[in-house]
Structure formats: C-alpha cells, structure tokens
Design a protein around this ligand. Structure first.
Ligand SMILES: [Mg+2]
Length: 291
C-alpha cells in the first residue's frame, strides 16, 4: 500500500490521529493492518497526520513506517522519545536533537540507567523477571512472535525495558513500589510490563500536538492497553480498540483532564469490532465528522 502523507511543511492540520500499534492498528496475533486499509486510505486522501505512539523502539517503528508508507512524526518506547522528520516543522522544535535524519525530542531516561536499576532491585530483593536486555534475539522472537529481524530491532532500546514478570502478583506490587522509589515509572502493555523514566504516551502526544501551527489540531487517540490511558485521557477524542485477549483497560475514576487538552478526561469510546477492524470504523467516523 502506498499510504503516505507528505510532510505538512507549514504543519497545520485540523485532525491528528495518534495510535498505538500492537492490538490497536496491528492485529494482536498477526501484526497485520489490512483490516484498517479503508481508514488508512482515507487518512492519506485527506492528508491527515498518522502518528504511531507505541512501546516499540525507533528501530522497529521506522521500519513499520516504511512498510506502511507513513512519513510522519512517531512516538516511541511509551512516550520516551518523539522522532520528527527533519523537514516537518520549520523551524525544528526547540529542545530537539538530530538523530538518524530526524529531530528527536527526549522525555525518557537512558536505557543503561534503567537496566542498572532493575539489576539492583533483583540483587537486593530477588525479584524474578526477565528483560529484553537479558534475552537473546531468538528469545525475544519466541516471546513476541516477531520475526528474528524485527526482534533484533525490538532489542535496540533507548529509554525503556520490557519485562516478563516471573514472580507472584503481590511481589509485582513490591517491585512497582521499589521502581517508583528509584524515580522510574511502570506501565503494563499487551505482553510485557515496561520500566521507564518519567514519560508517558500522553505527555509526548500533547507536546507533539503543540508543535503544529495554530489552530491546534483536534487530537484523536486510539489504544487498547493500560499504557494507553495517559494518551487517551489527554486526547480530544479517545477510542479504546477492543482486544481479543483482554477487557478494555480500567478508566481511572480520578482521571482529571490534562492541562493542555480541551476535552481530556472524558470517557473513551469503545469499538464494537476487535483490533484494526475497530480502528477502521472509528477513524472513518472521525474523519467524516471532522472534515
Ligand atoms: Mg497495544
């Protein structure tokens, strides 16, 4: 599919579509986006920016952008980094640095620091958990269902560590407390728990939305997991995409509107269909309403 949006050099848009990948735009089992083809074509036709907001690494996400023909900013490793095509905003946003021909905005904590904290906690408390940094590429492939090349890209981490929890649930509570005491954050994705710095998908999304020239775009966010809650809570239109493996994430009662959001805190819509099919219906409806 040649789906691609030219970079908005003036960078204005009425609608920004920000989406989680696994289980949301990509089928949980097959990683296919074919069920969303109609909405992806509509996004291309209307030149609406499609921003991937994922726990995946930059190495994984850039390949997916290439495969899908998407040339837009993306948010990687659960909000820890925002990668923007070099010519996308003019001038480049403040506080960004050049990397791989892109502008990178960092919200996260360096990977080596996160690995060191996890190693400390295992040593001090005997927690049983396995991170990507402990696994071979073949093991990551085995746990994720990714092809070897994609698994290798998943191991190229900059700001966050996915862990398989091999201990009890009560011990997980202790682990989370210990992680927080060390100044790091915890979130739960589809298959893994993620340890990272003081970043989340919502904070990075709001920062990106603010880089577009006024009027600020209406932000639609789509996700299926607990780690998507900060992003959904900060969006103008939040959509929970139904999962084949788990119920919709719990919407916190105290989910207060984000400071920079016009409609944050509102309960999300939940799709009737699963995964990319639900994504397709929700995005087509939003485009129809917005344009
Ligand atoms: Mg997901």
């Amino acid at each position: 599919m040649s789906h691609l949006s030219k970079p908005a050099s003036t960078a204005t848009t009425p609608l920004l579509v920000v989406s989680d990948l696994d289980g949301t735009l990509l089928d949980h089992h097959s990683y296919s986006w074919q069920a969303a083809a109609a909405a992806l074509a509509a996004i291309e036709r209307h030149n609406i920016p499609l921003v991937f907001n994922t726990s995946k690494t930059w190495a994984e996400t850039r390949i997916l952008q290439q495969r899908m023909g998407v040339r837009q900013p993306c948010i990687v490793e659960n909000g820890a980094g925002v990668m923007i095509p070099a010519d996308y905003f003019s001038p480049a946003p403040a506080d960004t640095q050049a990397m791989d021909g892109r502008q990178l905005k960092v919200f996260g904590t360096p990977y080596a620091d996160i690995r060191a904290v996890i190693a400390d906690l295992r040593r001090e408390h005997g927690f049983r958990c396995v991170g990507f940094g402990d696994m071979s590429t073949a093991e990551v492939a085995g746990h994720t269902g990714l092809q070897a090349q994609d698994a290798a890209r998943a191991r190229q981490r900059l700001f966050s560590e996915p862990l398989l929890w091999r201990d009890s649930e009560p011990r997980l509570g202790d682990f989370i407390d210990a992680v927080r005491a060390r100044g790091l954050h915890f979130t739960r994705g589809g298959r893994f728990i993620h340890i990272m710095g003081a970043s989340d998908k919502g904070r990075a999304m709001l920062w990106l939305a603010q880089q577009y020239a006024p009027p600020r775009p209406r932000v639609m966010a789509l996700g299926d997991g607990e780690n998507d809650i900060p992003m959904l809570a900060a969006a103008d239109l939040a959509v929970v995409v139904r999962s084949p493996t788990h119920g919709p994430p719990t919407w916190p009662e105290d989910c207060s509107p984000a400071k920079d959001s016009t409609a944050g805190g509102r309960k999300p819509l939940i799709t009737a269909e699963i995964g990319p099919a639900g994504w397709n219906s929700a995005v087509l409806a939003a485009i129809e309403a917005a344009l």
